[in-house]
Ligand binder design. Structure first.
Ligand code: Q9C
Ligand code: ZN
Length: 345
């Protein structure tokens, strides 16, 4: 399987996120991508190529102009306001407040961001656009006839909506790839999100779309981030009624129950009958993940890849979460090797 990557991801390296009432070192860090790439090479997954630049056009299929303008200039505005280091919001337009971007950078950060764990650094825009380019480049390989490809995206994207970021991401790489595939003739796209967290951004983007299915297996939002989306009763609306499937699972869920949910999601995808599958591939379901509470073992990830291969469609894997540095490379590679049907390394 072909891997697409970019060295520009290094330009995004946040210092700290607000967790448990304290500023803690960011778990979403450059070493993740380095470890995954190292493992991809080690196991001989296939060719590794650099992303090509695709400019703003594919981003605008998913995000607003005002949002992209904000993202591109946010850190500069932060410095102009006399700040140093990473930009983080501390005030949000929640209930009873007006949904309108103000002038001041602190207010604009709150308007466009939904959490306090996603710092904007000086290089964030360049890294985020490079990740979107990685996803688009890999999507185009499918268009050219590749049966599968792996987009080694960093920062991740599935928490990012039309004009709102958070959950360690800034641009929705999987959604951008899905729209790129739609634009180039794939009539029906199914997005299968296996990250530990619900992909609230992806769900919101496609919630009213009949041509893009979104299915997610994740920790119950009653007890886990992103808390405010991802419940079983959210099934899509209007023309998109029935094209969203949420399978929330309790904290502590192990592989047997998780795999049953995967089976349900795969059957729903078969029924939707997509022309292409985009997998939001997070391996933060691993039992040793520092921020998650499912208990998948390293070997289980091969079975995940194998089941996804059973969908028997062109498949684009887009990297999302997975934060245990020592195992993230092997866990991602195990999914991809399991998909390819080779022996696990
Ligand atoms: N104390 C992805 O996996 N952090 N994003 C919650 C925990 C947010 C995860 C804070 C987790 C976001 C792509
Ligand atoms: Zn996650």
């Amino acid at each position: 399987m072909l891997t697409v990557c970019s060295t520009a991801h290094h330009l995004h390296h946040g210092t700290a996120e607000l967790t448990d009432g304290r500023m803690m070192a960011c778990v979403e860090r450059p070493e993740r991508a380095a470890r995954i790439l190292e493992r991809v090479r080690q196991v001989g997954l296939g060719d590794v190529i650099a992303a090509e630049a695709h400019g703003r056009e594919p981003l605008l299929r998913v995000h607003s102009t005002a949002y992209l303008d904000f993202l591109e200039t946010a850190h500069e505005a932060w410095l102009t306001a006399g700040r140093e280091g990473d930009a983080l919001p501390f005030c949000w337009p929640t209930r009873h407040l007006r949904q309108m971007p103000p002038e001041h950078i602190d207010g604009r950060l709150g308007y466009y961001c939904f959490d306090a764990g996603t710092p904007i650094t000086a290089g964030t825009w360049r890294a985020a656009t490079a990740a979107a380019d990685v996803a688009m480049t890999a999507a185009l390989k499918l268009i050219e006839g590749a049966p599968a490809a792996f987009a080694l995206c960093r920062p991740p994207g599935h928490h990012v909506a039309f004009d709102q970021y958070g959950g360690y991401g800034f641009l929705n790489n999987a959604a951008i790839a899905a729209e790129g595939l739609r634009d180039r003739g794939y009539a029906r796209v199914a997005i299968l999100d296996v990250d530990y967290h619900h992909g609230n951004g992806t769900q919101a983007i496609f919630y009213e779309r009949p041509d893009v299915f979104y299915g997610s297996i994740h920790a119950d939002p009653a007890h886990e981030f992103p808390y405010f989306l991802g419940h079983a009763e959210e099934r899509g609306e209007r023309a998109g009624a029935g094209t969203t499937l949420n399978l929330p699972l309790p904290l502590g869920t192990g592989f047997p129950a998780w795999f049953e949910a995967l089976e349900r999601a795969c059957r729903a995808i078969d029924e939707f009958d997509p022309t292409v599958v985009v997998v939001s591939l997070g391996v933060d379901t691993y039992r040793g993940d520092p921020i998650s509470q499912f208990t998948l073992d390293q070997d289980d990830f091969s079975s995940v890849g194998k089941r996804i291969a059973g969908l028997d469609r062109p498949t684009l894997f887009v990297l999302e979460g997975g934060y245990d540095i020592e195992t993230v490379g092997a866990n991602v590679a195990n999914v991809l090797i399991g998909f390819e049907g080779s022996t696990r390394a």
